[in-house]
Design a protein around this ligand. Sequence first.
Ligand code: FPP
Ligand code: ZN
Length: 332
Amino acid sequence: MAKLMKDIEVPSDAPKEILFEKHVQFINEYGKDEDNFEYGMTDYLRLSGMYWGLTALELINAQPSQCKDNIIDYVKKCQDTNSGGISACTGHDPHILHTLCGIQILAMYDRVDAIDVEGVVKYVKSLQQPDGSFSGDKWGEIDLRFSFCSVMTLSLLNRLDAIDLEKAIEYVEKCKNFDEGFGSRPQSESHAGLIFCGVGFLSLVNRLDIINRDSLAWWLCERQLPSGGLCGRPEKLPDVCYSWWVLSSLAMLGRLHWVDGDSLKTFILACQDAEIGGFTDRPGNVPDPFHTIFGLAALSLLGEKHIQQVNPTYCMPQSVIERLGLKPQILT
Ligand code: FPP
Ligand code: ZN
């Protein structure tokens, strides 16, 4: 019987080296033109986009074209004076996803002092529910991603004491499935993106003992396809961002060597756009900053020496995590 497996073929003429200069150009050009249609259509993820682009530049030791004071000022303008939360762009409602990105940018530039930190702490605290879960914003959607982002925000601010951590851990444990993977809520299908959130959360609070690491690492390494790329769930196509969600989870579990690094690297390199720079999800598609940061960060985990070491829990330069004195749990 034929054994079906969804995959792609890596084109033989695809890039085989890292196109550093092209990536710097791509990120610095991206979203520069405020009158551009795409710029207007991506308001809702502006701050996340800034975190992806600025972290990517930092990892490849490049400078943003915008002055850092302007960047810090923009994050400041996105903080809502009432709730304390940070929004994707000025005039939008605050959300935990962008609150985390704002704090990651400020922490990277050592300028957390530029905003009202107590306001952020108050905001994160306001999102916690009686069962320990977190909503993304005042409108009440609950997701494991928000537990992870809330705890990471507080950890970067050294304020994990502000929430009921035991309840938060209890909820995350409920999102763990029979296969040791995590879904977005209790009883939801295991998904590599959510596994990153679950493992990342437990790494932040030093509770990786909750996971049977080899069972989960086996599920994760089975996501590697013959092309070398990683997918997010069984029967899905490979995608560069899963090089990060899967590989960083394996790194936290001390099982990075369970994937074939050489063929994964070939796949990731093939996802670069040789003309305009940036990484795509799969070879031949359109590049974007989201796949660019996760492509570069995954190459860093694979030991690429011209890329700064990335921390697998925070997806930020290891040097920043050390400067902040943070010690997420990483199993060896
Ligand atoms: C795939 O989503 C990815 C996820 C569900 C992970 C999301 C993770 C975060 C928001 C935390 C980010 C934090 C850091 C530090 C990087 P998708 O909707 O694209 O899934 P699909 O591929 O199944 O469509
Ligand atoms: Zn993707």
